[in-house]
Write a protein that binds this ligand. Structure first.
Ligand code: G4P
Length: 295
């Protein structure tokens, strides 16, 4: 689902989350492990304020494990606990519960000291579209939850989902907007499939992806697409286009007359990248992130 984020939508989404914050103990911020910073809402700190927060790096099954470790350290440096998960095929619930308990331990201990039975931790999942919020809510609920309110600005009566005896989760996530004013962020989001091709040209997205892959995952490109030459200098625009054409030829993406159909080749590159066919790939590193300013 592609959401058009007009300023009014952003204001409403933000207000809805801030209303929900009053009900919860813990915010669960869901990010895409392949683009942990680009999949972040630019105003997240301001929106969540001082609420205890657990960061989840979802789709870690598709991300580069070494870089995921580096990202966990990056967030730790910011005072945030980040946990890599796979909401589809992993077993994330136990780990999320353990981390949540840890984050809430002083509150839980205070309740015990007062002779109270510790109350279940009330939590809310927040994140940009497509990051896996519904998938995770269903995993935590242990069943499929109908998310009729899964649009910014659409409200419905929210309910608490019991996650074992120790957590209660709001059944509608907080949906946030990505930082799309930054073209690099837009390209990263599009390369992972978080935003759809209508917004950016498919050739531009594939060009960005190919250039990144040539710079960081040369062997994976050679192996997957059966090409012998991958340019050493990823800033050589012509060489990257030639590489895309070589992939197109290998995949039979040809127009009449034998010229490469670059749009078709681009779609192939992106489809295979998103499906993990090139291996586990992360499209931004914490070092590169240093230059990306927060709003
Ligand atoms: P949202 O509520 O945040 O918008 O996201 P949602 O759960 O709908 O998930 C978006 C897509 O991401 C889904 O694919 C879902 O299966 C996939 N996904 C979620 N978590 C993970 C994960 O940990 N690993 C992997 N590999 N995929 C994950 P989809 O239904 O095929 O949608 P689409 O790809 O056609 O957009």
């Amino acid at each position: 689902m592609t959401i058009q984020w007009f300023p009014g939508h952003m204001t409403r989404a933000r207000r809805q989350i801030q209303d929900k914050l009053k009900l919860i103990d813990l915010a669960i911020e869901l990010l895409d492990a392949r683009i942990p910073l680009s999949s972040r809402n630019p105003m997240i700190d301001e929106i969540l304020q001082n609420k205890p927060r657990l960061v989840l790096l979802n789709k870690s099954d598709l991300a580069d494990p070494e870089l995921t470790r580096q990202w966990v350290a990056y967030f730790a440096g910011q005072g945030l606990q980040a946990l890599p998960i796979d909401a589809v095929n992993g077993n994330p619930v136990k780990d999320i519960m353990a981390r949540s308990r840890e984050l809430m331990s002083s509150k839980i201990e205070a309740q015990i000291r007062k002779g109270m039975n510790p109350r279940a931790i009330r939590a809310l999942i927040v994140g940009i579209p497509n990051v896996g919020k519904s998938t995770l809510i269903n995993r935590m609920a242990g069943r499929k939850i109908a998310l009729t309110g899964d649009k910014p600005g659409v409200t419905k009566g929210q309910q608490w989902i019991k996650v074992g005896t120790e957590m209660e989760l709001l059944d509608t996530p907080g949906i946030l907007w990505p930082k799309f004013e930054d073209q690099q962020v837009g390209l990263r989001l599009a390369a992972t499939g978080a935003i759809k091709e209508e917004i950016l040209h498919v050739e531009d997205i594939a060009f960005f992806a190919m250039r990144y892959l040539a710079g960081h995952y040369k062997e994976a490109v050679k192996e997957r697409f059966g090409v012998s030459e991958v340019p050493d200098d990823p800033s050589d625009t012509d060489a990257i286009v030639e590489l895309m054409e070589a992939v197109g030829r290998k995949r039979g993406a040809l127009m009449s007359g034998g010229r490469v159909d670059l749009e078709k080749a681009s779609l192939t590159i992106l489809r295979e990248l998103r499906a993990g066919k090139l291996g586990r790939i992360t499209l931004e590193t914490p070092q590169e992130a240093v230059g990306m300013t927060e709003e």
